[in-house]
Design a protein around this ligand. Structure first.
Ligand SMILES: Nc1ncnc2c1ncn2[C@@H]1O[C@H](COP(=O)(O)OP(=O)(O)OP(=O)(O)O)[C@@H](O)[C@H]1O
Ligand SMILES: CC(C)(CO)[C@@H](O)C(=O)[O-]
Length: 274
């Protein structure tokens, strides 16, 4: 099962009493690179690009389906193959959670709700608030309602294939260190609503990038290094920091692609996944 990577440009943290209703509003888009989930016979181990890892949301999804299916039938290992690492703002944990929920639901012919199970796992583990919802829908999405049921306005572009998304992962940043910190929550949320309203009034890709960069700079989430590189990429449709990671993303045309790739240290070139 393939789940697209997801980049969040800007977001608001919205916590409710119910995990299902907790989430984020904001905007971002899915990519044509992401995470593949497979299950094999085993003992409940989780492998990420061949390395055994401890992944909270994946364990939560496994626990849910073990209760549904029955322990005696549940002798599996999970194998993820991912284009992007965990903890870098590419929605990789979301891809792992959602991919596993779908694979288990299909494999064991359950009648569960994979999106809800994955979303609750991400919220409980503090690894995500809106990624899995956006990844389920794909494309360029403006999320106006936290949690589920979702209310995502898709940006439809006739020329979407004219654009490339170039990503450069500089380091990692654990989502949980931000979305649980009261000071960060206040800083993030104080500007998010206005940006969402503005984008809903003018739903264009270049404006999404402008609002995202403004958000990354003015919240203080963007490092000086990333801001400097984003300034060097001003000749493109826009560049900003992927939330929540230490990662740059830039949208450009084919004509600009070589220049963008020459500015970034480890460019990964993608397209937007509809
Ligand atoms: N090798 C690893 N590197 C980074 N995180 C890891 C690793 N192994 C397990 N983890 C776990 O993976 C999860 C990463 O979640 P996080 O939400 O930070 O990343 P992400 O989903 O890839 O990025 P984002 O949610 O910002 O788009 C954390 O729970 C972390 O503890
Ligand atoms: C930025 C973020 C935490 C909120 O949308 C997103 O990465 C997510 O939902 O995981």
């Amino acid at each position: 099962m393939y789940i697209p990577a997801h980049i969040t440009g800007f977001f608001k943290i919205v916590r409710k009493n119910e995990n299902l209703k907790t989430g984020s509003t904001g905007a971002g888009f899915s990519l044509d690179k992401g995470t593949k989930t497979e299950i094999k016979e085993g003992k409940g181990r989780i492998y990420f690009n061949g390395e055994e890892i401890d992944l909270c949301p994946a364990k939560d999804v496994l626990h849910h389906f073990k209760n549904v299916v029955g322990e005696e039938k549940f002798n599996i290992d999970v194998h993820y193959t991912s284009d992007f690492p965990l903890g870098c703002g590419m929605g990789t944990s979301g891809g792992c959670s959602l991919g596993l929920a779908h694979v288990l639901n299909d494999t064991f012919n359950c009648n569960e709700k994979p999106l809800e199970i994955a979303h609750i796992a991400e919220v409980k583990c503090n690894t995500g608030l809106g990624d899995v919802v956006a990844q389920e829908y794909g494309g360029i999405g403006i999320n106006t309602t936290p949690g589920l049921p979702a209310n995502i306005k898709k940006l439809k572009l006739d020329n979407i294939n004219d654009y490339y998304v170039v990503v450069d992962i500089i380091g990692n940043k654990n989502t949980d260190t931000i979305i649980n910190n009261p000071k960060w929550i206040e800083t993030i949320n104080i500007t998010a609503d206005a940006k969402l309203e503005k984008l809903l009034k003018k739903p264009t890709l270049d404006y999404l990038m402008e609002l995202s960069y403004d958000f990354a700079k003015n919240t203080g989430l963007a490092t000086d290094e990333i801001i400097e590189i984003c300034e060097d990429l001003k000749f493109t449709l826009g560049a900003s920091q992927a939330m929540l990671g230490n990662t740059i993303f830039c949208i450009c045309t084919e004509k600009e692609l070589k220049d963008v790739e020459s500015i970034l240290k480890n460019p990964v070139t993608c397209k937007i996944y509809e």
